[in-house]
Design a protein around this ligand. Structure first.
Ligand SMILES: [Zn+2]
Length: 336
């Protein structure tokens, strides 16, 4: 297994008090070291800009580069900031992704800024902002190599990844908090993809208050069955720790036991997992979660340091209704 990290990822700056702070990586790094792995520094690659131009419009890439050249911290929108080193960081994250895909090993990429809200030209679909994201690292990996699936378990819908992959036959499965209750406001089950991409976009909105029991049900009944039928050669995991019950930005009830279950379920497909850090704003959860990722993917006898949580009654009922909707909508594409 490889862990990718560079200090450059900490040099992407945001306004003071912003939840997506460079310190997140200190905690992630601590966890990784406790898990027994020393990270590798990713190298810049010549093909990164070519891949980026297949993911984002050239005018958007140039716009971001111009903002990096302003020489000061700049507010791109109400949530998202660009600093002089943002371009170096965001581009190196994509380089790490491509290297991880090529390596054929499990990987954990500790990078910032996150990427899954970045669409073709920046702000994706109907979102009010870019949600801290600059370039879409997960979508870059999916477009770079054949046979990749993206599984997004950040608590927010990966609207940028969906937008970029929407008319391609690349599987994108996202579990996220109900978009009626949380940014970015998209990610409903009837968003299934378009043209060649029809059926390859799978959204599972989760009611606030859902616990590990509900998350496991989603993995067992939707995520893993569809992945098995799709048969990926690599799985990119857009991993946000913000579905944890202690996260300050969202309202889900998961614990690290739920994340452990998800990682084990994905690893059971016996293909390399490229785990990419997206969101997650509780430092302690980031640290303990990162340790767990390393332990699980290096085959250590990891046990999540938390007891499984249970859904509240309302959330459990709502989840069952959502799963019915997903079966009805997706049964023409997948055996569910
Ligand atoms: Zn998130």
């Amino acid at each position: 297994m490889r862990v990718y990290y560079s200090d450059i990822f900490k040099e992407h700056q945001v306004a003071s008090g912003h939840p997506e702070s460079p310190r997140r990586l200190d905690y992630a790094l601590d966890g990784v070291l406790q898990g027994g792995i020393t990270p590798t520094r990713p190298n810049m690659r010549e093909d990164v800009l070519d891949v980026l131009e297949r993911v984002h419009e050239r005018s958007y890439i140039n716009y971001i580069k111009d903002l990096c050249n302003v020489g000061a911290l700049t507010e791109l929108d109400g949530d998202t900031w660009v600093s002089p080193k943002t371009c170096d960081a965001a581009i190196l994250a994509v380089a790490a992704m491509l290297d991880a895909i090529d390596s054929g090993e499990h990987a954990y990429i500790l990078a910032r800024p996150p990427g899954h809200h970045a669409g073709k030209a920046g702000r994706a679909l109907t979102a009010p902002t870019q949600g801290f994201c600059i370039f879409n690292t997960a979508a870059s990996g999916a477009i770079y190599a054949e046979g990749v699936a993206v599984v997004d378990i950040d608590v927010h819908h990966g609207n940028g990844t969906q937008e970029i992959l929407y008319d391609r036959d690349i599987l994108y499965v996202s579990t996220h908090q109900d978009p009626l209750t949380l940014y970015p406001g998209t990610g409903f089950p009837d968003e299934v993809g378009r043209g060649r991409g029809e059926g390859y976009n799978v959204n599972v909105p989760m009611p606030p208050g859902l616990g590990d029991d509900g998350f496991k049900k989603i993995l067992d009944e939707v995520v893993v069955p569809i992945l098995r039928q799709y048969g990926p050669r690599r799985i990119i995991v857009s991993l946000g720790w913000d579905a944890h019950r202690d996260d300050p930005l969202a309202d889900m009830g998961l614990t690290l036991a739920g994340y452990e279950y998800a990682l084990r379920a994905l690893a059971s497909l016996n293909v390399p997992l490229v785990v990419l850090l997206e969101g997650g704003y509780n430092y302690d959860v980031i640290k303990r979660g990162s340790k767990m990722v390393v332990e699980l993917l290096t085959g250590q006898d990891a046990k999540a340091p938390e007891e499984s949580s249970e859904s509240d009654h309302y959330a459990w009922g709502k989840l069952n209704k959502t799963l019915e909707d997903i079966r009805r909508i997706h049964s023409k594409f997948w055996a569910l």
